[in-house]
Ligand binder design. Structure first.
Ligand SMILES: [Zn+2]
Length: 283
């Protein structure tokens, strides 16, 4: 099945400096791979519409939005929200696609209804869930594998049991609330591939119904990047395969999060999309 990719060159032009230099090289590496391997990948260019601005006004209060405007990253954050919302909408209504990858110029998982930090200004996934609920979808699974805890997203959905929120993060304990569907798995500093795979297996041992799954993908988990884990290139295709197997043809959208290393982004993003695009039996 075709993999949907949303990308806009303004992410690399206007994005948050710490995050933006990886974007264009990784997209070019993806295009090269798609062409060499003839992968079924469709790229769509997201754009900011009145709908996107209205959605953001619904999920964040006016002070938050004013502060984001003052930061200078409002436009690129809106475009990042558009990337996630428009990809999620297409995945949920067009069965040509079962999976997608949304590029962003600024990340989302530290943005709560009334605050933001850590290069995350507007919560892209909260906006997408709000939009999909307008369309009648109700139940969502968020698997956040960025080493930094998705505190902003948790602030939106901590009491919403129809949003299953799983974090695999840099921390020293597991906290699980099966009633509210919040599942947090801590991994130590310098966690390696084996540690990560073991915890991923536990995280995906539960069976959940969902209309759409989001994967918050921060490649700051790579040993050469800044997130404090010590994962190697080998683990990312494994992660993609496990997620794909878990999703079992249900729509799932990878949403780019942390990571700044150009080389890492240029290898892991195409590697993940390659797994999504190839048929499960291996081509
Ligand atoms: Zn991170």
């Amino acid at each position: 099945m075709t993999v949907l990719v949303t990308y806009n060159e303004d992410f690399s032009n206007q994005g948050y400096p710490f995050l933006k230099y990886r974007l264009k090289p990784s997209f070019q590496a993806l295009q090269k791979l798609v062409s060499e391997e003839a992968l079924p990948v469709k790229v769509i260019k997201p754009s900011v519409t009145d709908d996107i601005i209205n959605l953001v006004d619904r999920i964040h209060n006016w002070r938050h939005i004013r502060d984001v405007q003052d930061s200078g990253y409002y436009e690129v954050s809106l475009l990042s929200v558009a990337s996630v919302v428009q990809a999620a909408e297409l995945l949920s209504i067009d069965r040509t696609y079962s999976s997608g990858f949304a590029y962003v110029g600024a990340a989302g998982h530290h943005a709560s209804p009334m605050g933001f930090w850590g290069f995350c200004f507007l919560n892209d996934i909260a906006a997408a869930i709000t939009r999909l609920r307008d369309l009648g979808k109700d139940r969502f699974l968020i698997l956040d594998v960025d080493p930094h805890f998705g505190d902003g997203t948790r602030a939106f959905f901590k009491n919403d049991k129809n949003v299953i929120h799983i974090n695999i993060y840099s921390g020293n304990k597991d906290e699980i609330d099966v009633n509210l569907n919040n599942y947090d798995y801590g991994l130590p500093y310098n966690a390696n591939d084996e540690d990560f795979e073991a915890v991923l297996e536990r995280a995906l041992s539960h069976s959940f119904d969902f209309d759409l799954m989001f994967i918050v993908f921060g490649h700051d988990s790579h040993i050469s990047d800044y997130g404090g884990f010590a994962l190697t290139y080998a683990v990312y295709p494994i992660l993609a395969s496990k997620v794909k197997e878990y999703a079992a043809m249900r729509p799932h959208l990878w949403v780019l999060s942390g990571g700044s290393e150009i080389e890492v982004a240029s290898r892991v993003i195409p590697a993940i999309i390659e797994v999504l695009a190839k048929d499960t039996k291996g081509k």
